[in-house]
Design a protein. Structure first.
Length: 254
């Protein structure tokens, strides 16, 4: 075989293989990386700057590194959102809190474009009575998800909230805790018709002497969502009891 013919064969068959094979390995490696992403939650906070709240509430955004270090009188865990989203860390958080003998509750994030019955049915299918020590909590907050459908009135909102509370009371034995803001409390006239419920208010401004300023007869005050709590990476929602209130007031069973 002549030298020229050998060169032609090399260029025609061998050289393309040298290009294609490495590309295949690269493609396979890239696909694997996408299927198994590495999640780095961040650094552990310095204990010196950590908060010591009465209680915390958690969702899939929160990741623990050591539950033994968690100093809280109670933990609430998001269970459901609307009618189809189950929080992916619900079981992880609630089981960990139970193992460490921290009284545990579960909450539902309400949306305005689904009925109370649909939303409660979903919540109760996820949150078994044996899962929780504390009353269920209904989360009503100003967000892009609380977009009321056309024609949705203040009275419609009140009826929806009340219906969820009634279904909760019938199923779990007690009316829920309602988490909201002063703005929504006033907008939907929630001061009337919800005497069997417990109030949990979110306010991050002017928290000093908040009890004297707040119009809501609250039991719990979420005073920050940007504090460090030992045992967790990143920011945690921090809550404190109103003076004279305690975990006893949240208990589902005596």
């Amino acid at each position: 075989m002549k030298k020229k013919e050998i060169i032609i064969i090399l260029l025609t068959f061998i050289l393309p293989l040298l290009v294609i094979v490495p590309m295949c390995f690269t493609a396979c490696g890239t696909k694997k990386a996408k299927e198994q992403p590495v999640v780095v939650p961040g650094k552990k906070p310095n204990p010196a700057i950590c908060e010591h709240p009465d209680g915390i509430d958690l969702s899939h955004h929160n990741v623990a590194y050591d539950w033994k270090k968690v100093d809280a009188q109670f933990v609430y865990v998001r269970a459901t959102f609307g009618t189809s989203i189950r929080d992916k860390r619900y079981d992880i958080h609630r089981k960990a809190a139970k193992r460490h003998k921290i009284p545990t509750g579960a909450y539902h994030f309400m949306v305005a474009n689904k009925t109370a019955k649909q939303q409660f049915r979903f919540f109760s299918s996820v949150v078994k009575k044996s899962h929780i020590d504390l009353r269920p909590m209904l989360d009503i907050e100003e967000s892009k998800y609380w977009r009321a459908p056309k024609g949705f009135t203040v009275n419609d909102a009140r009826k929806m909230i009340r219906e969820w509370c009634d279904l909760c009371k019938k199923h779990y034995g007690k009316a829920p805790i309602i988490y909201t803001t002063e703005k929504l409390y006033k907008r939907y006239h929630l001061s009337k018709g919800f005497d069997d419920c417990i109030w949990w208010v979110a306010n991050y401004n002017n928290v000093k002497n908040y009890e004297r300023k707040c119009v809501i007869p609250y039991t719990l005050h979420q005073y920050s969502h940007k504090k460090y709590v030992e045992g967790f990476y990143g920011n945690i929602d921090c809550n404190r009891f109103r003076k004279g209130k305690s975990v006893k007031d949240l208990r589902l069973r005596k």
